[in-house]
Design a binder for this molecule. Structure first.
Ligand SMILES: Nc1ncnc2c1ncn2[C@@H]1O[C@H](COP(=O)(O)OP(=O)(O)O)[C@@H](O)[C@H]1O
Ligand SMILES: [Mg+2]
Length: 248
């Protein structure tokens, strides 16, 4: 089964001169750590937002675990997916525990079992001493780790993270990447977006590289590097397909 299937997505934001997505198609099999990669402005966040049902495409379709994204399956898909958005989505004036209990409640989790789960995850993410602190006092890395916990309380089968390592310290970054590897070993599919091709190369079993709303190439990082003579890493592969011209 595919965890994600994207077919012929088109999207132009209201008032925009250029389309953001222009016929994007790709699919990822279940159970892998996969990457949706591309430079800033490529359309990654828009794609993720459509996948998760937060933004509507102008045309095309998206399937999550073979369920067609749309009104009929929105609730079912919500249970399957955990989303870590690019912008931190936490209440700054609430403590980490208050935030996490709130998000747990949104997924129908309650009481002692939710509380225990929150405490266990805080410990796993090195936040056991921070649970009763207000989130606005947190560092970028602490906020990001809290945001990841918020996305996994309901035990999703597919975890989607939009630039989860942007704006975090080295230790947080390393912990987040290690967590993703371990979480994936439990059978959870992971889709992560990044403009950091080097990071993706070591983390992902399969990647899609996109640019300007279109697919550039899909494959396993090592295979993509070996297929293209003279390419030593994914960055070379990207430049090989898109040219070296500067974007301003
Ligand atoms: N809400 C929006 N309204 C108008 N334009 C948008 C909106 N969101 C994104 N865009 C435009 O779409 C393009 C792709 O953005 P985005 O999906 O955020 O790319 P990425 O996540 O790869 O950086 C950019 O040119 C951006 O300015
Ligand atoms: Mg983005």
């Amino acid at each position: 089964m595919n965890s994600i299937t994207v077919k012929d997505l088109f999207k132009t934001y209201k008032g925009a001169l250029q389309p953001t997505l222009e016929g994007l198609s790709f699919s990822f099999p279940e159970g892998k750590i996969t990457g949706l990669l591309g430079p800033n402005g490529a359309g990654k966040t828009t794609t993720i937002s459509i996948l998760c049902g937060l933004v509507r495409a102008d045309s095309g379709e998206v399937r999550i675990h073979e369920l067609l994204q749309g009104a009929a399956h929105r609730e079912a898909i919500k249970k399957v997916i955990g989303i870590v958005p690019q912008q931190i989505a936490l209440f700054p004036q609430l403590t980490a525990i208050e935030n996490l209990v709130y998000f747990g409640n949104l997924y129908g989790l309650k009481g002692k079992s939710l509380r225990t789960k929150v405490e266990n995850y805080l410990e796993q993410f090195g936040l056991e001493k921070a649970g009763n602190k207000e989130v606005h006092k947190f560092s970028g890395g602490m906020k990001r780790r809290t945001n990841i916990i918020a996305a996994i309380l309901h035990d999703p089968q597919l975890l989607v993270l939009d630039e989860p390592t942007a704006g975090v310290d080295v230790q947080s970054r390393s912990m987040i990447l290690q967590f993703l590897r371990e979480y994936n070993k439990k059978g959870v599919s992971v889709l992560y977006t990044s403009h950091l091709l080097e990071e993706a190369q070591s983390l992902c079993e399969e990647v899609v590289i996109m640019d300007e709303g279109k697919l550039i190439i899909q494959g396993q990082p090592m295979a993509l590097i070996q297929q293209n003579a003279g390419c030593r890493n994914l960055e070379d592969v990207f430049l090989h397909y898109t040219g070296h011209a500067l974007r301003d």
